[in-house]
Design a protein around this ligand. Structure first.
Ligand SMILES: [Zn+2]
Ligand SMILES: [Zn+2]
Length: 454
């Protein structure tokens, strides 16, 4: 087969690239079936359709292209960006995981010698950095779904493969988030004995392999702890884990501190079966001196596992998910992913919402006051300028009657008037405003100057 040439696209291939940017999956699927359409065709920069879809953050399209045989490690981009680079830059964890699962090479570097993980860190996509650095391949779990040796049944029921794989690769360690996931995949809790046994084996493997992976081990052990807790909390077979989720989200009356979460994190670390782990020792050293409520064991755990994170003011107050865009409408001080998260936090938040609202109101009032002061100041300045212009006009009239050279002053005056009306317009027009302001300033100085002399 002839090598693929950059930028040599058939009409249908061009249409497919356009559809990846703004079309539906059905449209792309139809285009893929057209004769002569190559799933790995290259645009003029050397990007494949899959790379475009990854950069756009379109998980559905990535899956479709991969199912159609797209090469996840295509390497023709002009700056050596891989599909994983594009996925990481998109900031979408699901796309990043999909590309990783398809066998993306995590060590591939681009033309500035950066891996996908390093590029993601560079642009602040920390969720994707975590996803790449902590990726657990599916085949490692798959082997537990077939019986080995004398086993009559596999260690992991095959139906639990996907949910467990998703759990292990999730990067959010917030217990509420984990509990919400378990609520959706309740079989993991109902079969907790088997699931936790598999997780224990993953932990063992991570700690006993040649290059130990403490992060992976502590994370899997931690998830197993939450699953065991969830299982213990089950009242009956109908229990949908609502009570468990609520208990984790609940904050104490005095300050809203989520005590149950904190105790769960501490207990999980205490029970980690490899006390020689350096990471464990670091975590324990930091958490042990903290009294319950003094600081968050969860924050210590997260920064210990993933490195210090930046204060994220878009994180959901309930589940820690980033980019939570809904705010409590009363106080505007807390973010949530959705109504579920808000409802979960309300029993705790309602005790503080009013106080926060008052504080927020004060802040807003202060801001308004400041704006008012600024406006007043501006109005005063404008009035002063007008008065000065008036004086100047009278003085120029006087000079005119005296028969002096009045042209310059008159010209200045008209310019001042002209530019004043223009400044309002120029606020909208960024580029012009700079120029106009300079003229205005000059005229202002000129006006002031003449006011002084008169
Ligand atoms: Zn949330
Ligand atoms: Zn509120």
């Amino acid at each position: 087969m002839a090598p693929v040439v950059k930028g040599e696209l058939s009409d249908a291939e061009q249409k497919m690239l356009d559809a990846i940017l703004k079309g539906s999956t059905a449209e792309i699927a139809a285009l893929l079936k057209e004769p002569g359409v190559r799933v790995d065709c290259l645009d003029k920069t050397g990007m494949t359709p899959l790379q475009h879809a990854a950069f756009k953050g379109r998980a559905d399209v990535c899956r479709l292209l991969l199912d159609n045989g797209a090469d996840v490690n295509s390497n023709y981009h002009e700056n050596d960006y891989s599909t994983l680079h594009f996925a990481a830059l998109s900031g979408k964890v699901d796309v990043t995981n999909l590309v990783l699962e398809a066998g993306a090479n995590v060590d591939h570097t681009n033309s500035v010698n950066r891996t996908a993980s390093q590029m993601a860190a560079f642009v602040g996509q920390h969720d994707c950095v975590r996803a790449i650095n902590n990726f657990f391949p599916k085949f490692e779990l798959e082997k537990f779904t077939v019986p080995t040796g004398f086993e009559k049944e596999p260690k992991l029921p095959p139906v639990l493969l996907n949910p467990l794989y998703l759990l292990i690769n999730s990067t959010n360690l917030n217990p509420v988030k984990v509990a919400l996931f378990l609520k959706e995949h309740r079989d993991l809790v109902l079969e907790s004995y088997k699931v936790c046994k598999v997780l224990d084996l993953v932990v063992e493997c991570a700690m006993k392999s040649r290059s130990t992976n403490d992060v992976q081990a502590i994370k899997c052990h931690y998830f197993a702890s939450i699953i065991r807790h969830a299982n213990k909390s089950l009242k009956n077979s109908e229990d949908n884990l609502d009570a468990f989720v609520k208990s984790l989200a609940k904050g104490r009356d005095s300050d809203g501190f989520q005590e149950m979460q904190d105790r769960l994190v501490r207990q999980s670390l205490k029970e980690f079966p490899y006390p020689e782990s350096q990471l464990l020792q670091t975590l324990v050293r930091q958490i042990a001196p903290m009294k319950i409520g003094d600081g968050s064991a969860l924050s210590v755990l997260i920064s210990g596992m993933y490195g210090p994170s930046f204060e994220d003011d878009t994180a959901c107050t309930t589940c820690g998910e980033t980019k939570a865009e809904k705010k409590c409408s009363a106080c505007k001080c807390v973010n949530y992913c959705n109504q579920t998260c808000q409802k979960l936090h309300w029993p705790t938040h309602k005790k503080f919402c009013k106080i926060l609202a008052v504080e927020q109101e004060k802040r807003e009032a202060k801001q308004k006051e400041e704006e008012k002061r600024q406006k007043q100041k501006q109005a005063e300045m404008e009035a002063e300028m007008k008065a000065a212009k008036l004086t100047e006009a009278t003085s120029s009239e006087e000079t005119q009657t005296k028969g002096d050279n009045s042209a310059a002053a008159g010209g200045d005056n008209s310019q001042a008037g002209g530019s004043e009306s223009k400044t309002e317009e120029s606020d909208i027009n960024g580029k012009e405003s700079g120029e106009e302001k300079t003229t205005d300033n000059k005229t202002g100085e000129a006006v002031e100057g003449s006011a002084e002399t008169s």
